[in-house]
Write a protein that binds this ligand. Sequence first.
Ligand SMILES: [Zn+2]
Length: 282
Amino acid sequence: MPLADARRLTEKTAYFPGITNTGWHEEVLVDPGIDEAAYVATGATTVVVTHGHADHFSTAAAIRRAGARVVAPREEATLIENPEVNIRGMFSWAKPSDEMVTKLFRGEGCPVDGYLDEWRRPGLQAVPLAGHTLGHTGVMTDDGVFFTGDALYVTALWERHPLPYCIDPTLVRVSLDLIGRLGPDWIVPGHGDPVEGAAVATQIAHHRDRIDAISAALLDILRVPHTTEEAIAALCEHLQIAQNPAQYWLAVTTVKGFLSELLQQGFAEFFIDAHRGCWQAL
Ligand SMILES: [Zn+2]
């Protein structure tokens, strides 16, 4: 395989390290990164996109123009074909200014040729891993490598991003359990170094612990009623999140995800007071 920069993990499976890691298994690329010429030169016949964030399909359109077929989760296809949908969704469908939008959401849209729930390919299995986004899906190889996209954040990433993007922490927990049950030899996360062997369980446990800690901190904040805006600010302050418009709008979605979970679990209530949306622990 024409993959000078690829790091081989098993006989058939490799990955390209990058800001977003890219998987390789027998002419299939998973989440192609930013170097268009390099990824087109692999001669990939299929591109799998794990979810609709632009840093995971940077060069998918270019590789498709070179002849590859692009497959993606059904629920994510609209976002991949038109990244503007994701940007609008972030801002409740109104139009945000450029500075509000993370560069991770900007990119060239790419037509999707097939859906992962219908995709059959010997040696590869699409595994739904929702929670980071609604349709997020990983890919596991028959030689024990699991490309998990953004379903699992490794410890080093948590240190840099204490509130990583997530729309549904309950689904994230289910997905982490599934990764553990499938027992891969290797995990290649979307960001950060691959994880091998016993370290897989350690990383899963760490991610789960971090989510539990965020939920507990938010519930503690809500012992006193908070508006949505105040709850976002208090949790971001607690976690020492970087302060800029793009980070703020990412945090808005993630904190709402955690608030919604507390509501659904019966740990908190939502009410309106003087036209303000308010949250309080029960
Ligand atoms: Zn993502």
